[in-house]
Design a protein around this ligand. Sequence first.
Ligand code: RAM
Length: 361
Amino acid sequence: MTVRLRAPRRIAAMASMGALALTLAACGGTTKDSSSGSEGGPAAGNATANPNAPLKKGLKIAFLPKQVNNPYETIVDKAGIEAAKEYGGEAKEVGPSDASASSQVSYINTLVQQGHDAILIAANDENAVCGPLKSAMSKNVKIVAYDSDTAKDCRNLFINQASSEDIGRSQIKLISEQLDGKGEIAILSATANATNQNTWIKFMEDELKKPEYAGLKLVKTVYGDDDDQKSFQQTQGLLQAHPNLKGIISPTTVGIAAAARYISGSQYKGKVALTGLGTPNQMRQFIKDGTVDQFALWNPKDLGYLASYAAASLASGQITGAEGEKFKVGRLGERTIGKDGEVILGPPTVFDDKNIDQFNF
Ligand code: RAM
């Protein structure tokens, strides 16, 4: 049976990228002395924010992604490093080549020893990195989780790419549209402990309980560990083990690209739908050759840029991480800290053959 790839339809929650305020008001006031220990957000102490504090010059900021050889993470971190140049800071990226939590721990300790003012981390496991992060905060190093959160008390802020709930639920809507609401589906995720993927999967499972998705059956979730080869093999294994599989959701840029590569060269092309989260540059050929109808992502450059400004604002005492505090984010305008120290970038874009050529990342 051939999967009917329907005309692209936008999902309300993901419909627009939203116009962003571009006003950057000048900051004035005095530099805040942030000398006490754990401060801000869920890890807050008694610090008070000084919204008029200027961003300090020469801040040392480090990005610790899930892994360094993931094209998505490279885009995010590069944009964060560029942002630091705008505010007169020094930023770098370090991290493991595999997306494992244990390998992030030693990097945290080294970054603290090197005297960084802030560490940004995309956590491979929400708890495994907590000890060293708490120890860093006790030495007044600001901790910003981005992309993939830590437990709430192990960081000052979490910069989320979009509402986790919207990301998860919209993945089910996308696959359902492509399958006319019927058939077996599977999920190809990243690592088993990745906070972001697990949160999205939880919302996907919940969305599937709705009556309108009664015809969809989630038969298996597998983990490609954000490793290209492993993700490729897991896709092959899924399709062999589940001959009635009609669709795969891969909420990872590494996973969806590997799955698309496998499907495009197999008997399943045009028969098994694939959607998820991918970068337009990695997915373009699979949209063009008809392997993939639609997938989604936020702008990774904006995520890195926002996270970088958030780290600088914390390290300058402009914000502490408490709900309701506002800070300025260069070309992205002003952002407000939400509940549990979360700052949301904005709704993702759905990519298809009509719009993919407008994007280059
Ligand atoms: C991969 C990583 C990352 C996730 C994206 C969508 O690159 O797992 O954490 O946000 O996919």
